[in-house]
Ligand binder design. Sequence first.
Ligand code: ATP
Length: 296
Amino acid sequence: MIEVRGLTKRYGPVTAVAGLTFDVPPGVVTAFLGANGAGKSTTLRMLLGLDRPTAGTARIDGQHYAELRDPLRTVGSLLDSSAPHPGRTARAHLRWLAASNRVPGHRIDEVLDLVHLTAVADRRVRGFSLGMRQRLGLAAALLGDPSVLLLDEPVNGLDAEGIRWLRTSLRRLAAEGRTVVVSSHLMSEVEQTADHLLVISRGRMLADTPLPDFLAAHSAARVLVRTPQARRLAELLTAGGAAAAVQPDGSLHVSGVGADDVSAVAARHGVPLLALGTDHRSLEDAFLALTTGADT
Ligand SMILES: Nc1ncnc2c1ncn2[C@@H]1O[C@H](COP(=O)(O)OP(=O)(O)OP(=O)(O)O)[C@@H](O)[C@H]1O
């Protein structure tokens, strides 16, 4: 469980995080979304005790990070800054982390296996691809079998198979009752994984909502119609309370009613339909509309 209250961070004249308040419960995957520079990393760094808040508090399982007795066994994290030494092997990196955090040695092989790095465990990190480094970062995060996972842009560098693997892993880790937070600047990266969204812009919370609610609120459907009587159908639909606009190419865009309603009105008035379809605005568009709207 994560509890953030009035969390604020200023760097000189720049306010990176401006009074964020939110809770993250266990058992679900929570996506922390925002454009580049929105304040995601700064928030995660404050949760991890790597940055001191200007104001407010960030608690994990009721405690500030610095108060945790065995931090790595409570919180696992993946941040840019947690890069391993390039001259070390993957196994040596994990062995060093385990030793300095009182984590039993058998966890090293377990997490290597979990992230599918067993075969390259004794190779130096210098030769690892970005995707392999991300996997090693995840192995390090999971080493202490933590109840809370904070992952900053974990999808970076992963190929399609890696992304699928990560999605499955995150869902499983949440289903085991852990608190899982994944940051991203792309909605498309989290829409198949997240249960809950925290959307921030310029350090402020724009949306703290279950994913299905966000979808329902922001992915308004538009009905696309082709008919030789576009203007007439537009008038009929508008009279009925819908919004209908004839496009330069002669097609008709309708919102406020569903395709079934359009079809019924057309049938009732003898308007022939050549094509009828629904265009769901993508989640990415909804996210952009929300964040852009907030910035202007
Ligand atoms: N150490 C620092 N000194 C000065 N300004 C900083 C520092 N760290 C972050 N900032 C500024 O704070 C704001 C938020 O940055 P942050 O890295 O938290 O955003 P982010 O949402 O994680 O973005 P990204 O997706 O690019 O990582 C930005 O304007 C950034 O320039």
